[in-house]
Design a protein around this ligand. Sequence first.
Ligand code: 6R9
Length: 652
Amino acid sequence: MSNIQSVLSENRVFPVNPEFTKQANIKSEQEYQQMVADASNNYSGYWANLARQYIDWKAPFSKSLNDSNPPFYTWFEDGKLNVSYNCLDRHVANNPHKTAIIFESDAGHIETVTYKELLTKVSRFANGLKSLGIVKGDRVIIYMPNSIEAIVAMQACARIGAIHSVVFGGFSAKAIHERIHDAQAKLVITSDAQKRGGKIFPLNQDVKEALSLPGCESVEKVVIHRRTGEKVEWDNKRDIWWHDVIKNQSDECEPEWVEAEHPLFILYTSGSTGTPKGVQHASGGYLLGAITTMKWVFDIKDDDIYWSTADVGWITGHTYLCYGPLAVGATQIVFEGIPTFPAADRFWRMIETHKVTIFYTAPTAIRALIKLGGDLPNNFDLSSLRLLGSVGEPINPEAWMWYYETIGKSKCPIVDTWWQTETGSHILAPIPGITALTPGSCTRSIPGIFVDIVDEAGNLVTDNNGGYLVIKKPFPSQIRTIWNNPERFIKAYYPEDIANGKYYVAGDSASRDTMGYYHILGRIDDVLNVSGHRLGTMEIESALVAHPGVAEAAVVGRPHDIKGESIVAFVVCKGQLPTGSEKDFLINELREWVAKEIGALAKPDEIRFGENLPKTRSGKIMRRLLRSLAKGEAITQDISTLENPHILDQLK
Ligand code: 6R9
């Protein structure tokens, strides 16, 4: 709450830096307003013009938006393109020796590849995939660290029309298994291990474990990249080394020209119910969202050194690492490690070393780095920076101010970008050359995207209490469906009980201030945001209940200074209420259990035991009450409907 209050009472405004405006891709408010007017007057034509301008099409499209079967919208459907061609070949034709990626490993080793070299790597690997029998439409799981190879693997899938699904390296074998099964993947691409913060994480071992569980019969081969040299438990029938896959392959691979709606990838994300949802993105519309926002929000230029610290396992690592920067022909940093290794000055050192001009990271990293050494950045030359970005969760005004002053020296605009796995690209974000900034606000919508705040009935909400954040018109980069589950797609994003299912409902609440700027207040569903990672409370509860000693569990979020939210679990055990050393043992065991079921990122920070959970007489768990208990607040809610008030004392 304190975070929300401070955001809402924020009234500092930082005008645009005129030096920035002079060189910006969008230079004036009139230009922005003209774009909004163009989109209002001819919505479909507005996006069609951009798609023709920014994407190289093999076969031109004649139709822009097709909204004949809502909410299954399509864009540019009779056009043909290849995303990898747009990311590589067209730049190689103009500027083959431009650096595409500067890779810095966890240990500080640097490797650089040009566009031409990257195209060669992608083509060889794409040919290798074909030799393994992978064809257009096949699903490929990628479980790799941030690396040139992870990008090569994703781009190679795009090149041959295979649909990748990247699984974040922090997820467990169980989580990989779930995704393989849901996507019916034919191939898994992984590394022997991953090095982060000096520690080794055996990725291939997780894949092995996942494949040993029933339901992975679809997987024919596992390609293993040798990253660390860790010993690999080899499976003769299934495993093949990356270096053997590319051996003797041609440097050229004709792209598979796919329809604009051909799925580019599936990325699993948490929702309020059930298992993670396979968010499906289309090739053409997604690419357009990535390119336009690279230009408008990141103001990308030919000579920029762009750095997004995101991991390829998340949507930011897809749009603003693998696809967006390459689609616009930029030079970017790809970093394998973590911000605090070998010391908490790693980011600042890297900005100095590589003369980074655009830096994009998450509030949780900023908060952690302030805590570990708020004046460390002063030891480095950060003068190359010209633009800063933030993503993943609301940035509290204090962290914003530090980022603005200490990192940006009060001259770099901060683009606080609100978007989601499902939106594919930025939705709310400042346009840096024209938008005055307010700490903690992601300001206005991208020109051509129509956002609003409404109540259940679909009426506009204008007060500070906020309402449902919705996107009123379909847009090119949006989710097409949930893989294999169109009913769930409709229910999750176009629910009948909010504005009659007319609008895309984001799952966040927001309010607008007197400048018309948006302030995100947080999720309205049972989704937690822990260090910028989306986790469903239900997912963690199911994991806990799967433990043989647990009868029932409820999970809530509690505000946390650095992580944004921390995870508090209330657990009812089978049998006696655990006490003393038995209790400590069980807490430890349950935390490890959740790490195994989902991944270390989902480990509860605190576990409390009770003989029961607070429930209404109809048996519903009173989550609001649990949230108050987790925060240590006095219970002021009406507990008259509570069936078992005495257990509140146990759970305190
Ligand atoms: C890109 C990404 C999406 C959820 C979203 C919201 C939160 C993301 C934010 C933000 C406030 C921002 N979120 N960016 N909240 N300000 N700038 O993070 O995608 O992992 O799908 O999470 O993250 O709650 O609904 P994803």
